[in-house]
Design a protein around this ligand. Structure first.
Ligand SMILES: [Fe+2]
Length: 286
């Protein structure tokens, strides 16, 4: 007979979960049991609090679907997503740092030419992002694919807008033989994470800022290099010091320089004023 006490319940449960057939699952589940129990002991969790937590988890699942990822959002605002990124992408100090993927990346974006416009006439200040992709030794990386995505002027991503059946503010660009790339888009704005769900309800009861600073997302793939998931943030943007998902790093903050009408980095000509962000990505070899 198994006589359970407050003192032995943790060891009993951890031992039971250590019987998982897969060794890694056994390790993870036994540790999860120990840490969950330690958490409950530390805060002396009450039954109403336990029930409130169960309801919160249920609602977080119920509001999620193939486009809304409330659990990822919960992980993001707790700092767990960024911790996992940091632990798993410990690049060389010279390499461009990685950040969170976030919930808004969509596979299969259309390929655009050097300087191609991924904003397709959407309202906003024209922004050219241009520079090189290089290895740690400075050698240019030809044929690297930059998968780029961002929010519109209202802070909305494609997946948040109903009825969209074409790629919106997302595209893929390849580097040229000398490692250079150039994309044309519109200046991103800072935005709030979705506040109409269980995560927003929780944050609403705190002093936490629920905004992200203005940024463009990048996923860069090149043969022989680690994939790089990162963002570029606008220098001087609001919320740089309080990014709700902990994604900002000084190395990823870039100046959006104001430019007058005239020649653009893709060899074209701008009729109005525009912005230019220059950034050289450095990839970590495999
Ligand atoms: Fe974003």
């Amino acid at each position: 007979m198994q006589l359970v006490t407050e003192d032995n319940i943790t060891e009993l449960a951890a031992r039971r979960w250590s019987s998982a057939h897969d060794p890694r699952t056994a390790q993870v589940m036994a540790a999860l049991v120990r840490h969950l129990h330690a958490f409950a002991r530390e805060v002396r969790l009450t039954e109403p609090e336990w029930m409130a937590a169960m309801r919160w988890l249920t609602e977080t699942g119920q509001i999620s679907d193939d486009k809304r990822e409330e659990f990822i959002l919960a992980s993001d605002v707790l700092g767990l997503s960024m911790l996992v990124v940091q632990m798993n992408h410990a690049f060389d100090a010279k390499a461009t740092p990685a950040t969170v993927l976030g919930p808004f990346h969509i596979d299969g974006s259309p390929e655009k030419e050097f300087g191609g416009d991924m904003s397709d006439g959407l309202p906003g200040t024209p922004l050219y992002v241009t520079g090189t992709v290089r290895g740690l030794d400075g050698s240019p990386v030809a044929g690297a694919i930059l998968d780029v995505w961002q929010a519109d002027e209202e802070g909305a991503y494609e997946s948040q807008i109903p009825g969209i059946d074409e790629a919106r503010l997302r595209a893929k660009y390849a580097t040229r033989p000398d490692g250079t790339y150039c994309l044309r888009t519109i200046a991103p704005k800072g935005y709030s994470i979705p506040m109409d769900g269980p995560v927003g309800e929780l944050i609403g009861g705190t002093d936490i800022s629920h905004f992200r600073p203005a940024h463009v997302h990048f996923l860069i793939n090149a043969a022989g290099y680690e994939p790089l998931i990162t963002h570029l943030f606008q220098e001087g943007a609001e919320y740089l010091d309080s990014d709700v998902v902990f994604g900002t790093k000084q190395e990823l903050v870039v100046t959006f320089e104001a430019r007058d009408p005239g020649p653009t980095p893709d060899g074209g000509e701008a009729a109005g004023s525009w912005l230019e962000a220059r950034y050289d990505f450095v990839l970590q070899p495999v």
